[in-house]
Every structure is written in structure tokens, then in C-alpha cells.
Design a protein around this ligand. Structure first.
Ligand code: NAP
Length: 334
């Protein structure tokens, strides 16, 4: 049995779900993979809580379910970055919010993890959007960089592209990477006007009270930039992508999707765009459900490879993080 130690930054939807998942899958990890994960440090905005012998997951989950910070149980005002720099652990699991101007706090946390020999498993996107090449350059077999939960949660966007398309030239990528716009556009295909569809998505708790990041296409763009960098090895930046959101849009009851598109050109460069696109019945996304996302890779040697997934929410991102941890374990331990 291999025992790993881990730090977790961010205990919101994704981080808290990760702890619940870890608790629920303890036996599977042990019996199926011969591994266990000992959480030795967690952090939120209130501070940090650490114990080199392993933290009590039930206590942390209870604390966060009571809407109280973990700093109240440990070091109030303690710095997550200091924790990552000073506490010995095998993994950093990173699930703090995104700042598109600075990539923080995720960027510094990921840098610190990789520099101190920890595997960095990220759910947050902005650190990758702004610092992918730097972080990939810091990574090595003893401090790997993984982020399969960051780009579409459970949808295996990055893994399919990097692992299962070996030696392929990827000519085009089409992806539905944002759940809110997929829901709204599906409701609009059923005849609802945009405003009504948005209100319904907000009532269902899918759309944020301020839905602009999703509706204006920026969430899709972030994920597309990560796919371009990490899968196609193209140093695409946010400002290289023309972005059109789904408002105002007249769908006249037809099927549309907000697509992130990457086209590889003859000279190897890549053209990217995010735009609402009408779908014909023969398109693989035509029947994509209202709570589904998907990605299609068009390749030279594997043809068209499509993956979809549905109904996941933040638990999909947490599962993606666990998938990364297990993958690092299995590739290292054989
Ligand atoms: N939600 C999803 O479905 C989903 C899917 C894929 C990827 N992601 C990504 O995962 C990340 C987390 O998403 P989420 O939905 O879990 O967000 P969330 O619910 O807002 O939780 C964010 C967590 O980070 C903590 N935090 C904020 N600033 C911090 C700082 N400077 N230092 C340490 N902790 C800090 C917050 O602390 P408090 O608890 O004290 O407020 C909270 O626990 C985001 O980057 C998001 O883009 C989310």
C-alpha cells in the first residue's frame, strides 16, 4: 500500500466535493489501486489547517458545511502559499477561484508546489491560461502538472487529446465547454426566448446571478486556450481568440451550440474562435443534452473522435482531480 500526502487549497464547491469523494472512495483507492491519500493541509480564505499525521476529513467537511472557515480550527489568517512552500507533501490539489488578470492565487500556488517537488493537480483555470508554458516547464516526473478537471470537469478533454491521439495531427477541435450556455441554447431550441431561458437557468442554480462570464463566451475561451496550449502545443493566448457570446442571438427554435473551435493551418499555426453555431442533424453535438458538454477531435490517423458527458456539476471537476491523482500513482508505480 502506497500512502500519499496531499494539500488542498480552496474548499468551495470543488474542494469540498473532493474531500467527500476521497471519503467515499477510500476503499476503492485501497483495494483497486493499492493507495491511500492522507490530507495533511487545507486552506480557504480564513487561513490554513495542517497536521503532518493526517487531518480528520469529517471535521473539515462539517466545518465547511456549517459555512465556517478552516482557519478557525487551525491557523487563522495563515497563508496558503506559505503552507505549500513549507509543508512536505506529495500533492497540491488546487481549487481556488480564477483571476484572469493575474492568474492568482492558483499560479503562485502551482509554482510553489512544482518547485518544492509536489505534483500539482489543478481545477482552477486562470493559472493555466496565463502561465501554462511556465508551469509545464517547471514540471518533471517527480513533480507533475495535471489539470484534467479544469477543462470541462469530468469530460476527458485533455486526457483524450494528449494520451489517446498519440502521433496524430489534430486538424480541428470543436467543443461545447460551458454548461450554462448549453442549457440556455437547448431551452431556446425548444422555443423559449433568451431572457426566459436565462431566468430558468438561474432558477435551477446553473447560471450565476452574474452570468456574463458564461454567456459572453469567456469561460469557453479559457478552456479552449488551455486545450490549444496543452493538447495542440500551440502557445495561444486569450487575446488571440475572437469571442462571440450567445446574446443577442436569434435561434428561431433551431439547435445551436456555443462552440470553441481550433483549426490547425498548413503552416502549423492555429486559428481559434468562440461563437454560437447552428447545428445540422448530422453534427455529433446535435443531440447533446441540455446538461451535457462535449469535445470532438478531427485527426489524420484516428479520424473523428468525440467524447461527451453530462449531469456532473462541480463533482465532475473533483472527480477529474481524483482521476489525475490516480493516474500519477499508476504511471509511477506501474
Ligand atoms: N464549480 C465547477 O463546476 C467547476 C468546474 C471545473 C473547474 N472549476 C474551477 O475550480 C475552482 C474552484 O471552483 P468552485 O466552484 O469550488 O469555487 P468556490 O465555490 O467559489 O470555492 C472557492 C474556494 O476557494 C477559497 N479561496 C478563495 N480565495 C482564496 C485564497 N486566496 N486562498 C485560499 N483559498 C481561497 C474559498 O474560500 P472560502 O470557503 O473561505 O470562501 C473557497 O473555499 C475555480 O477555479 C473554478 O473555475 C469549477
Amino acid at each position: 500500500m502506497k500512502t500519499y500526502t496531499a494539500l488542498l487549497t480552496g474548499l468551495g464547491n470543488v474542494g469540498l466535493n473532493f474531500l467527500r469523494l476521497l471519503r467515499a472512495k477510500t476503499t476503492t483507492l485501497c483495494d483497486q489501486y493499492g493507495m491511500q491519500i492522507n490530507m495533511v493541509g487545507v486552506a480557504d480564505t480564513s487561513g490554513v489547517l495542517t497536521d503532518p499525521n493526517g487531518l480528520d476529513l469529517d471535521r473539515i467537511i462539517h466545518q465547511k458545511e456549517q459555512k465556517r472557515g478552516v482557519g478557525l480550527l487551525g491557523q487563522r489568517g495563515g497563508s496558503p502559499l506559505h503552507m505549500v512552500n513549507t509543508i512536505q507533501a506529495d500533492f497540491l490539489l488546487e481549487a481556488t477561484p480564477n483571476d484572469l488578470k493575474t492568474g492568482q492565487p492558483g499560479l503562485d500556488l502551482a509554482r510553489a508546489a512544482l518547485r518544492t517537488g509536489k505534483h500539482a493537480v489543478l481545477a482552477s483555470k486562470s493559472s493555466l491560461v496565463l502561465g501554462y508554458s511556465e508551469l509545464a516547464g517547471l514540471a518533471d516526473p517527480t513533480a507533475q502538472l495535471r489539470f484534467s478537471g479544469a477543462v470541462g470537469g469530468a469530460l476527458p478533454t485533455v486526457n483524450v487529446g494528449r494520451r489517446d491521439l498519440a502521433a496524430a495531427t489534430i486538424r480541428r477541435v470543436e467543443a461545447v465547454l460551458n454548461g450554462t450556455t448549453q442549457l440556455i441554447l437547448t431551452l431556446m431550441a425548444n422555443g423559449q426566448p433568451f431572457e426566459e431561458a436565462l431566468e430558468e437557468a438561474q432558477r435551477m442554480g446553473i447560471a450565476e446571478p452574474d452570468p456574463s462570464l458564461d454567456v459572453d463566451g469567456w469561460d469557453t475561451t479559457l478552456k479552449l486556450v488551455i486545450v490549444a496550449n496543452a493538447v495542440l502545443n500551440v502557445p495561444l493566448k486569450l487575446e488571440d481568440v475572437p469571442v462571440k457570446g450567445i446574446y443577442p442571438l436569434e435561434t428561431r427554435g433551431e439547435r445551436w451550440a456555443l462552440l470553441g473551435i481550433l483549426d490547425r493551418m498548413e503552416d502549423g499555426r492555429c486559428q481559434a474562435r468562440v461563437e454560437p453555431t447552428p447545428l445540422t442533424p448530422d453534427h455529433p453535438f446535435y443531440h447533446l443534452g441540455r446538461d451535457e458538454m462535449g469535445i470532438i477531435y478531427y485527426t489524420d490517423i484516428y479520424g473523428r473522435i468525440a467524447a461527451t458527458c453530462g449531469g456532473q456539476g462541480p463533482s465532475g471537476a473533483s472527480a477529474g482531480m481524483l482521476r489525475d491523482v490516480i493516474d500519477i500513482h499508476t504511471t509511477r508505480e506501474g
